[in-house]
Design a binder for this molecule. Structure first.
Ligand code: R5P
Length: 300
């Protein structure tokens, strides 16, 4: 028989405190299911609503690009500074320690290499495998204006449907071909289409004019892609401008792993994203950490 002796009768229902309505830390996500919000919270820090996502998925169409030749040596040491990692399932299984406890955004589309028409992608991962690897989101390239625009949108909606069945968010990645202009009009169009068709997160490039209109017009969080390698101060300035203009963080690759000091750079990006540290101060921080690392290496 269950022990019911000594059960306390005094209870406190805090009747004077209204129940929390759970204002979630991400826009457009407050009506999603628990599992999906829990996964989003592994990507976006609840304390700031932003993320430093490290993008290392380039190999899915580029092969061993500069900085990603040896993930085990160059990327694994950076994981401690990343809120989330964006990578393929091949790299996740082969090279990322399963002790990594932050968010994983899995590249879930693919097909063509740089030798072919890049927009001709298909869905490249089954939801079963996404769940097996406990990923926090699936990422899919969307080529608005590209040759295979409709096919890439269909890839996204397929993943959105699969993800909604199991509480896995989908991140639409707006791909910009050489022939397309990265202006606010185009990025606003592409990001809004991703959100309208169900993506819970959208990744896009920064544009100097009107980026605040791009983020405002997208009802779900936008993360900024880094793009080609820039001088560190320029990359930090771009990240600062993006988050100041409404981005929920960055999903940055080359500007971190191709930096002269990747560990210093990702920490400096973290200062900008989570503390809104002005770029000049973040650059000083970068130089200080870089110097400390050089001195520590010299002592070995
Ligand atoms: C590109 O298609 C990949 O999705 C990359 O993750 C993306 O371009 C971000 O990396 P980066 O900052 O190097 O542009």
């Amino acid at each position: 028989m269950a022990d019911i002796d000594g059960i306390k009768e005094t209870k406190n229902y805090f009747t004077d405190v209204p129940a929390s309505h759970d204002g979630f830390h991400l826009k457009g996500a407050h009506q999603l299911d628990w599992g999906m919000r829990n996964r989003l919270s592994k990507i976006f820090r609840p304390s700031t609503g932003r993320t430093v996502m490290l993008a290392i998925d380039h190999g899915y169409f580029l092969g061993p690009t500069t900085g990603l030749e040896r993930i085990d040596l160059t990327i694994v040491p950076l994981l401690q500074y990343a809120d989330a990692l964006m990578c393929t399932r091949g790299i996740l299984r082969s090279s990322i320690p399963s002790t990594f406890a932050n968010g994983v955004v899995m590249r879930s589309s693919g097909g063509p290499s740089t030798l072919k028409e890049l927009s001709n992608e298909l869905v490249a991962v089954d939801i079963d495998d996404a769940l097996r690897m406990n990923v926090s989101a699936m990422a899919v390239q969307v080529y608005i204006g590209g040759e295979f625009e409709t096919q890439s949108v269909k890839n996204m909606t397929t993943l959105v449907d699969m993800g909604l069945r199991y509480g896995v968010p989908t991140m639409g990645v707006t791909a910009v071909g050489k022939e397309l202009t990265r202006d606010a009009r185009y990025l606003g169009l592409a990001t809004r289409i991703c959100a309208e068709l169900g993506a819970q997160v959208v990744k896009t490039y920064y544009c100097a004019e009107g980026f605040e209109r791009v983020t405002a017009g997208c009802p779900v969080p936008i993360v900024m892609a880094g793009g080609k390698k820039l001088p560190e101060l320029d990359a930090l300035t771009m990240a600062y401008n993006a988050v100041s203009q409404g981005a929920a963080g960055v999903d940055m690759g080359r500007n971190i792993f191709q930096s002269d000091a990747p560990a210093a750079m990702i920490q400096a990006v973290g200062k900008v994203v989570h503390e809104l540290m002005p770029p000049s101060r973040a650059f000083d921080f970068y130089k200080t950490v870089k110097r400390e690392q050089e001195l520590a290496a010299a002592k070995k």
